[in-house]
Each structure stands twice: as C-alpha cells, then as structure tokens.
Ligand binder design. Structure first.
Ligand code: AMP
Length: 220
C-alpha cells in the first residue's frame, strides 16, 4: 500500500511515517533525508544545487527530486508499498508519481494530511535540536536533553538544522502554502484524503491514522 503523509514542515510527518512503516512493514521514504544524504555523500554540482535550495528553505527543483525519489521507489523493497514523507510537494511531483505507479498497476491508496497551525510549526522547529552523531531529535522545551544541550546517549553537543532557523522556517512555510497545499484539493478530488489533527499526543495521532488506514482498506 502506498501512503502519502502531507502537512507543513514540523507537522510530525516523519515521526508518524516511521511508526506506520514499522506497523505495516513497508519502507519509510523521507525525501528530505534522502536529499540531505545525497548532499553528504557526493561533493558534486548536483549536491551543490540541492544544498543551495535547502539552505534557503526553497523546494528543490522538480526534475531533480523526481529522479532521486523515483530511483528509490524503483528498488525492490517498495514492491508492496511505501509511506512517503515529504514527497510529493508539488502538483508536478504528484502527477508524475501517479503515472509512475500506474505503470506498475499500483496507486496511492491513502493520503494523510497532518493539520498543524503556523505558530505551532514555528515553535516546534525553532526549538528542535539533533545529535550530529546518532540523529536523535530533541526539543529544548518539550523534550530537552538531560544535560545542557548535550545528547543523552552520545554526550555530543546538539546542533540545529540550518533550515530550522526562524527566517528559513518562515520561508519553508511559505513554500508549503504556495506550492504544496494545492495537493490537498488534488487528493480530496480523488477521495483518498484524510485530515488528522496534528496537535495532539503522538500516540493518539498514530492511533487515529491507523484507524483511518484500516477503514480505507476495509472491503465494502
Ligand atoms: P524536510 O526534511 O522534509 O523538511 O525537507 C527539507 C528540505 O528538503 C525542504 O525544505 C526542501 O528544500 C527539500 N525537499 C524535501 N522534499 C522535497 C520535495 N518533495 N520537493 C522539493 N524539495 C524538497
């Protein structure tokens, strides 16, 4: 089953997608992680271009993202589905994904839109910190490390993602409103869109999502 997680940056798509992936035993495809990894391992022109867009809080051009994500989706482990987190983010990406899946006699079955207001997104992202060694995520207010900005496990100084700075977060939100939010209508018209309140206890949000997925695949 192919599931798409929609919602603004900081909505909790990654956390929920990871849990769905474990529960349904399908891979978690996070476009932001894949792009960051591409930039980390290859020091070439393409990485430079990707990095520039990411640092400005802008979407990476469609042709680049589509190629990278579709290469990932062509791998064997995606044969029976995947949970997509952060992809698609534009209408062109959504339409190309539909065509890609249709070619394999597959389709997107369910789209979960995690609804979170802008002020909450800003609060969540600007206080977000991560361990550069183990990638564990902290929030300085809601889930702080035990010792002054050091990772509880690695004892390494936590870092802030550059694009989690407030000015860049605002740009990312603008990109979301201008370019990604139109996907809500796109999937609503296909009758596969479900809206979930993203300001809630993480486990409760997860249970709501699993309920919706089970309802959506129930035979009528
Ligand atoms: P994320 O980790 O999902 O917040 O993504 C971080 C950044 O990666 C975004 O601000 C974009 O610059 C880029 N990015 C991730 N996914 C996409 C996508 N589907 N289309 C274009 N750019 C993307």
């Amino acid at each position: 089953m192919f599931i798409i997680m929609l919602g603004p940056p900081g909505a909790g798509k990654g956390t929920q997608a990871r849990n769905i992936s474990k529960k349904l035993n399908i891979p978690h495809i996070a476009s932001g992680d894949i792009l960051r990894e591409r930039v980390r391992i290859a020091d070439d022109e393409l990485s430079k271009k990707i990095r520039e867009h990411m640092l400005r809080g802008e979407l990476v051009p469609d042709d680049i993202v589509i190629k990278i994500i579709h290469d990932r989706l062509s791998q064997n482990d995606c044969e029976h589905g995947a949970v997509l987190d952060g992809y698609p983010r534009t209408l062109a990406q959504a339409k190309t994904l539909d065509a890609f899946l249709e070619n394999k006699n597959k389709r997107v079955e369910i789209v979960i839109n995690l609804d979170v207001p802008d002020d909450e997104v800003i609060k969540r992202l600007t206080y977000r910190r991560l361990c550069p060694k183990c990638n564990r995520i902290y929030h300085l207010l809601f889930n702080p490390p035990k010792n002054n900005e050091l990772c509880d496990i690695c004892n390494v100084k936590l870092i802030q993602r550059i694009d989690d700075r407030e000015d860049i977060v605002k740009k990312r939100l603008e990109e979301y409103r201008n370019r990604t939010s139109s996907l809500i209508n796109y999937y609503a018209e296909k009758h596969i869109l479900y809206i979930v309140n993203g300001v809630n206890d993480i486990n409760r949000i997860f249970n709501n999502i699993i309920f919706l997925i089970e309802e959506a695949i129930k035979p009528v």
